[in-house]
Design a protein around this ligand. Structure first.
Ligand code: GAL
Length: 416
């Protein structure tokens, strides 16, 4: 790990430096925030940095959950030319830290007291070997359900409390002539749906046993059978064009009233807001039925690559801008996430945001704030991919439930 000692002091020095020195500062940022709501949120950061005299070289790599972005990153690092800063999740952060190619943010973190305001569950990934190596932007969570309010009201307006009630609601959407459940068939989206179903089916204890502990009995037993049976049932509520569709296009179907619901993380709210839709009026956000009290989190973090002394002050300015409380509000109200800092007031957030903030705080206290598998916070990449393979093959009808139950523990063991 590159030691960035004295960088916090460097930030102050550069702030005093001449205008010409400021103009020379630039950060190249690799990210996958290319959907409307995501890009709008990212603009807040670009603008804040511009005010600091740091210009932004954009390296967007489209593809939900960053699968393609991480491939692009590997190519850049392999060719000896890493970007200045990279949006990253969970175990990927750890992997790059292990390679010894990322910068140490200790001085800045110490100066700004990150340790006191970033939840422990995030710090476990923002720090490596006791050193800060990532600046967390937000806390997203995956166990959400998004409903078109008009369709929902027509269907009786009662929030489903469990999977059976969800199925009943989807049947009502079907009667209205809608696509009941807007799903995009990509492995990470299949995984995002699956982990909500796991949580709903067996509660947090089961999620921990199966997904965190990778207990072979939990991965192949009766509860997991129920999970796969539910996945098959939910599949019957997708539209014929679901395969390969990007998540934001599925959100658009619900926004336009062509579909009733979408299961997706709270970045989906960014799309609703971007379309000028209001929570409680145009859409309903609720925890995926049967998962209230539990939060499967993912958190976007920025990792600074060691690209030499000339870029360090700009890197520290980026990290500092990310942890600025006003930025945490301005960004996360647009993005759909909740602040990574627990000391940021929630009064400027809409009702979904307020619920998100409360849920995360309550779950952190109760020990039910647990990493999302689909977004890299539960297992390293190889295991995540192995689980995705089984989920996706099953969801697409290439293997039946009995085969999925046999393959899941085998695939996990082989990936370990
Ligand atoms: C998540 C990421 C979010 C959002 C989403 C869809 O992994 O944390 O910020 O971008 O993917 O791309």
């Amino acid at each position: 790990m590159r030691n960035f000692a004295s960088l916090a002091a460097g930030v102050a020095l550069v702030a005093m430096a001449a205008g010409s020195a400021k103009a020379a500062e630039e950060v190249e940022v690799l990210h996958w925030w290319t959907a409307g709501g995501e890009a709008a949120a990212l603009n807040v950061l670009k603008e804040n940095l511009a005010k600091e005299g740091v210009s932004w070289k954009d390296m967007p790599v489209a593809g939900g959950s960053g699968v393609q972005a991480m491939t692009a990153l590997r190519a850049r690092v392999t060719s000896g030319d890493p970007p200045t800063a990279v949006q990253m999740l969970g175990f990927d952060i750890r992997d790059w830290a292990e390679q010894g190619v990322v910068g140490n943010l200790d001085d800045l973190a110490e100066k700004q007291g990150w340790g006191k305001v970033i939840p422990e569950a995030l710090q476990a990934f923002s720090k490596y070997d006791g050193h800060w190596i990532a600046a967390p932007v937000n806390v997203h969570s995956t166990n959400w359900l998004w409903l078109n309010k008009a369709a929902f009201d027509k269907a009786g307006g009662k929030e489903p409390a469990n999977i059976d009630e969800l199925i009943a609601l989807l049947d009502k959407f079907k009667e209205q002539g809608l696509t009941p459940l807007a799903h995009g068939g990509q492995p990470w989206q299949d995984g995002t749906l699956w982990e909500s179903v796991v949580l709903s089916t067996g509660g947090m204890d089961f999620y921990k046993k199966a997904v965190i502990d990778l207990d072979p009995a939990a991965l192949s037993g009766d509860q997991m059978k129920k999970v796969f049976d539910t996945m098959s049932k939910l599949r019957t509520y997708f539209d014929p064009n679901f395969s390969g569709r990007d998540w934001n296009l599925s959100t658009a179907l619900v926004i336009e009233g062509k579909a009733g619901a979408q299961q997706m993380g709270d970045w989906s709210k960014g799309e609703w807001l971007r379309a000028n839709k209001k929570p409680g009026t145009d859409f309903v956000c609720m925890r995926f039925p049967g998962t209230q009290g539990n939060v499967l989190f993912n958190a976007d973090q920025f990792v600074m690559f060691d690209v030499g002394d000339a870029k360090r002050d700009a890197q520290m300015k980026l990290a500092s801008a990310v942890e600025d409380p006003a930025f945490q509000i301005a960004f996360n109200t647009v993005k759909g996430s909740v602040p990574a800092r627990t000391d940021v007031p929630g009064d400027q957030f809409d009702d979904c945001g307020k619920k998100g903030i409360k849920d995360v705080a309550d779950a952190a206290k109760a020990g039910t704030l647990v990493g999302s598998l689909a977004h890299g916070y539960a297992q390293p990449g190889a295991i995540k991919e192995a689980v995705f393979d089984v989920i996706t093959q099953h969801l697409n009808g290439q293997i039946d439930t009995a085969t999925a139950l046999k393959r899941l523990p085998e695939a996990v063991a082989a990936a370990k």
